[in-house]
Design a protein. Structure first.
Lengths: 294, 135, 324
């Protein structure tokens, strides 16, 4: 299995606060991975580390098999869109494309120009005259024009209206369908990402809470309801993620490692959103990495 | 050519929704053997979903023998839905109506009936799957 | 990368070109008319007659010289304002170079393209420093040429503020200001604080050198002439006199900041003005001789260029490892 990104006990500290701590994760190549977590969880930190804008305080990080520390060859192969899509305000779209061509060795100018035309962004418009959605599209196109092997997007649709969000995802999915790009995009809204991602990383309070392929995770987790009782070991349950009790009923959200045959429990499927919310509500540092995709 | 829709709020997994829409298309005659299904790329782009989801749907249909993929060309419909014959369905339907009447006489409300059917369905189909695995 | 550096800084280069052109349009016509007045008024001939004699009796060229200087007094005073030019360049070209990228977050765009930070910094710095040297060299040359006749007429080119706008020192000051601005930008990471820091740093070092150090770079000379007599130093030598006073016969300093001249004693009684200082008293002045102009220019230019180099090294180090 090829790994686009691999971290071992990665940590980043600013002065006294750890933005990321003991973070171990992998992103297999070819996936569209979602990096989910509340604000301040460490998502931006992880992405900035991956692209060499930050240096780790501890641990290791490998991107496409290399350390991202000032590696110019790696920067040619990784596309990055930072939070708030920074662009030079007085540059025209055409000048931004020229900049990309001059600074990158792998660059597809016709692709960039065609995309702008498809989305309806005039090449001679200055960045300061573009709407938020258009700026996000421009930033994405600039990243895609590098024909990257790995695309890192930091909250790309956070400040976009629903239509702009949809258009952004459409362009992204079309591009993923075209080639062998691995995508890692972060958001604090899972809803944006559900249709689009097949791999999931959940970050909370600077630690990894959940990691794995979306299909595997959804299959492995179940909600069990049954008459109220003390929780005891149940065959087929590897871990209880969340439990709640009313006076008559107990509900458990569990990770399974086999079929639940105990007839006392009714087994329900869980949605990805339920799953993520449960892990976010009950964060635990150093929670075991699960469901690594094969 | 068939055009797909996706219901984000449905409990049904996206890839299964696509599968169902293809089957529905076959049932209603919207698509026929020899027709091409939309390219993975264009479905992914128009619905803003992961291309792997589309691939999964097409592979599922291929495993059921309904479509076949021709490399470099596209995915094409192979045969119509060999569903149960209308006569067979009529028989099942009659039995079901009788059972429903008995359930109502026994005092079950509609929600009770649905709950009973769902839990029994799940248990039975799981059992059957296990039996197939063992066999 | 060259394309990007040019595109980002082309406005600054344009300002520099326009500024130099405007300066030339001002300097050249007035300079030529000043030179004509210099010869036409007879001042040039008078000064040639004086030569480099150290002491003068009588008027010398004083009246012609005062008339000439008076005519161009306002322009000469205005030329002192050029002292601030290096600071302005440092603030507007140096401080935003790195700080603006960091403040707007565009470093997250440009440092993730296929160029290393060092290459990025090298090209941007190289371009700005090259334009700085050319622009600073340009205005230093023009101002030096313009001040020529005034220097000869008695305004020493080594005097405070006159020294600072001529020769090669302005180029070094400008390099220092730009380097300071760039470095401040890498530390404060926002344009306004970087400008403030550069302003303070520039003024501090310039004032310290100007007030405390420049007089001591090379040994000062002392010139003396008696209190009683008619000889006085030639004011058109171009020396930089920075301390004057009166000493008594034993060499003790009796007063500072003034010089006196009296007639000889009449009938055994000394002149009332000179009497308090006793017989044998003399005027003294501490000065840097005119010949030390270029050595002092080189020393000061070298100092500021060295400081600039250190600041640039530190700035590059910040970019490479500290901004992470």
């Amino acid at each position: 299995m090829n790994l686009a990104l691999e971290a071992h006990s990665l940590g980043k500290r600013y002065k006294r606060n750890w933005a990321l701590r003991d973070c171990s994760l992998q992103v297999p190549a070819g996936r569209v991975a979602a990096l989910v977590g509340p604000n301040g969880a460490g998502k931006s930190t992880l992405l900035n580390l991956a692209v060499g804008l930050l240096r780790p305080t501890e641990g290791t990080l490998h991107v496409l098999g290399r350390r991202p520390d000032g590696d110019r060859d790696l920067l040619d192969r990784v596309g990055f869109v930072a939070q708030d899509t920074p662009l030079y305000p007085d540059f025209t779209v055409s000048e931004l494309i020229t900049m990309g061509a001059r600074l990158n060795r792998r660059w597809d100018t016709p692709l960039a120009r065609d995309r702008m035309e498809q989305i309806g962004i005039p090449l001679d418009r200055r960045v300061e005259g573009l709407s938020g959605g258009q700026r996000a599209q421009v930033a994405l196109t600039l990243a895609l024009a590098k024909r990257p092997e790995l695309l890192l997007l930091d909250e790309p649709v956070a400040s976009l209206d629903p239509l702009a969000r949809r258009e952004f995802m459409q362009v992204l999915m079309g591009s993923v369908a075209d080639g062998d790009t691995t995508v890692l995009l972060s958001s604090h809204l899972l809803g944006d990402l559900e249709r689009v991602c097949d791999y999931l990383i959940v970050l909370q309070t600077a630690h990894v809470q959940l990691l794995g392929g979306v299909d595997e995770l959804v299959n492995e987790h179940k909600a069990l309801t049954g008459p109220r009782r003390q929780r005891a070991d149940i065959a087929g349950v590897a871990a209880v993620i969340r439990e709640s009790h009313t006076d008559k009923q107990t509900t458990l959200l569990v990770r399974t490692n086999g079929p639940i045959l105990d007839p006392a429990w009714t087994v329900h499927d869980v949605t990805l959103e339920d799953l993520v919310l449960a892990y976010l509500a009950y964060p635990a540092p150093g929670r075991a990495v699960l469901g690594v995709a094969k | 050519m068939i055009e797909f829709l996706l219901d984000g709020h449905s409990q049904v997994a996206p890839y299964m929704q696509l599968v169902q829409q293809v089957k529905q298309g076959l049932r209603t005659g919207l698509i026929e053997p020899g027709d091409q299904l939309p390219k993975v790329r264009s479905v992914a782009e128009s619905l803003a979903i992961n291309p792997n989801t589309v691939l999964k749907a097409y592979r599922h249909l291929e495993a059921e023998g309904l479509v076949e993929g021709r490399p470099g060309v596209g995915t094409f419909v192979r045969r119509t839905l060999a569903g149960p014959s209308l006569a067979g369905q009529a028989e099942l339907r009659r039995e079901l109506v009788g059972w429903l009447r008995r359930a109502r006489t026994a005092g079950l409300e509609q929600e009770d009936v649905v709950a009973l059917i769902q839990t029994t369905m799940r248990a039975t189909f799981q059992d059957d799957e296990k039996r197939e695995e063992i066999a | 990368m060259m394309w990007l550096a040019w595109r980002q800084h082309r406005k600054q280069a344009l300002f520099a070109a326009v500024g130099l052109a405007a300066l030339a349009a001002l300097v050249i016509p007035t300079g030529i008319s000043m030179r004509n007045a210099f010869t036409d008024s007879g001042l040039a001939a008078c000064l040639r007659g004086l030569g480099t004699t150290e002491f003068l009796r009588g008027d010398g060229c004083d009246s012609l010289s005062d008339m000439f200087s008076g005519r161009y007094e306002t322009l000469a005073t205005l030329s002192m304002l050029f002292v601030f030019l290096p600071l302005l360049v440092g603030l507007f070209w140096g401080a935003p170079l790195v700080a603006r990228e960091l403040e707007h977050g565009t470093h997250r765009l440009v440092w993730t393209q296929g160029v290393s930070r060092m290459h990025w910094a090298g090209v941007k710095l190289g371009l700005v420093l090259a334009v700085t040297v050319v622009a600073a060299g340009g205005y230093a040359l023009m101002v030096s040429w313009w001040l020529g006749p005034l220097n000869q007429a008695g305004q020493s080119r080594m005097a405070e503020l006159s020294f600072d706008v001529q020769g090669i020192a302005p180029v070094a000051y400008t390099l220092f200001a730009v380097a300071l601005g760039v470095f401040a930008g890498t530390v404060w990471r926002r344009v306004m604080p970087a400008m403030a820091a550069a302003l303070v740093g520039f003024l501090a070092l310039r004032l310290v050198v100007l007030v405390q150090l420049r007089g001591n770079f090379l040994p000062a000379h002392e010139r003396t002439f008696p209190v009683i007599g008619q000889e006085r130093p030639n004011p058109t030598l171009g020396d930089w006199t920075f301390s004057t006073g009166i000493k008594n016969a034993a060499g003790e300093v009796m007063s500072t900041g003034e010089q006196i001249q009296c007639g000889p004693a009449v009938a055994g009684r000394p002149d009332a003005i000179c009497a308090p200082y006793g017989p044998g008293a003399y005027n003294f002045e501490l000065y840097q001789p005119a010949g030390n102009y270029w050595p002092l220019q080189f020393i000061e230019a070298g100092l500021f260029t060295a400081v600039a180099a250190v600041l640039l090294f530190l700035a590059v180090r910040q970019i490479r490892s500290r901004i992470a």
